[in-house]
Design a protein around this ligand. Structure first.
Ligand code: OXD
Length: 312
């Protein structure tokens, strides 16, 4: 039998992944953190989500690492990550769809003043709010990978003027695009609802600081479904407190779980969700993983590979 496949995540017991992998590959030597990894020299492939630093380095014969998230910062944060072992990541249409739903949900809530109507209902007050036309609510999506493009296209389909910002230049039909440090301020200045789906890399850590928030128009709304590490929290709180920002929907945080005493929990203009914007679904994520396992074993080039230098 081929080498072992190890499920290295504490999020679930790994049973769902075992089922989908067996359905695609037949009998496999499958091991989990929960059930015990056995002789780790036998591990050929690691399916990993937030592995303990140094653990993957102990799999001496490992030939491929599969990130169980579309983001790979959880792997690259490990300074003992074995060099030369290819890193691939899941590409999950299900997760992509969930992420754009999340952004659209919070954007529409803000766009249609639902927080205010909820407060009015609690006060039994019949009070129509001033309406902003869709064509005057500008969406800006930071990050134009698979998730960003899907999200931007769906906003554009709803009739919102939509722009995207990415590190390098991209052209996407129906979306105005900006790129690089030079395009960042201009992008922010035309954005009423900012949606963050960037990867967390050396270049994007702390990118959303006081300067960035003040470049947004007054009253702008911020949706973060990427990584908390992009945000300088004190600056976001200051922008919310001064009402320069109208509100924020935050799914990801610098520290997760969000500590119980963190001001975001009780901030009147912040909605907090526990990193659930997009959950990896083994059913929709497994075809690409199975394809890569077959390719690895047949000596063929892998798909969905990650460049550790760019971080995505
Ligand atoms: C991911 C995530 O990276 O869920 O896929 O955060």
């Amino acid at each position: 039998m081929a080498g072992a496949i190890a499920y290295v995540s504490r999020d679930t017991d790994g049973v769902a992944w075992r089922k989908v992998l067996e359905a695609g590959l037949g009998p496999i030597d499958y091991r989990t953190l929960a059930g015990g990894l056995g002789n780790t020299d036998e591990i050929e492939i690691a399916l990993a989500w937030k592995p303990k630093p140094g653990l993957l380095a102990s799999f001496r014969n490992m030939r491929m690492i599969v990130s169980l998230g579309m983001g790979v910062d959880h792997l690259l944060a490990d300074d003992r990550l074995p060099e030369g072992v290819p890193i691939t990541r899941i590409m999950d249409d299900g997760l992509v769809g969930q992420m754009s739903e999340y952004a659209i949900y919070w954007a529409l809530r803000h766009h249609r003043d639902i927080d205010r109507y909820e407060a009015s209902q609690r006060a039994r007050t019949w009070k129509p709010e001033e309406f902003v036309d869709t064509i005057h609510r500008r969406i800006g999506v930071m990050g134009l990978g698979t998730i960003g493009q899907d999200t931007a296209r769906k906003f554009a389909m709803l009739g919102f003027p939509t722009a995207g910002w990415s590190r390098t230049a991209k052209e996407i039909a129906g979306i105005e695009t900006f790129h690089g440090a030079d395009g960042f301020r201009e992008f922010l200045a035309r954005t009423d609802i900012l949606v963050d789906v960037l990867p967390l890399t050396r270049d994007t850590k702390g990118l959303l600081d006081g300067k960035a928030f003040s470049a947004l128009p007054r009253g702008a709304y911020f949706i973060n479904m990427a990584r908390g590490g992009h945000v300088v929290d004190v600056d976001l709180l200051a922008a919310l407190d001064s009402e320069h920002l109208g509100g924020a929907a935050l799914d990801v945080f610098n520290t997760e779980p969000l500590p119980p005493d963190h001001p975001y929990w009780t901030h009147p203009r912040v909605h907090v969700t526990p990193h659930v914007a997009g959950a990896t679904n083994p059913r929709t994520a497994s075809p690409g993983v199975i394809e890569n396992i077959k390719r690895l074993r047949a000596g063929q080039p892998l798909i969905n590979t990650v460049d550790p230098k760019t971080g995505y």
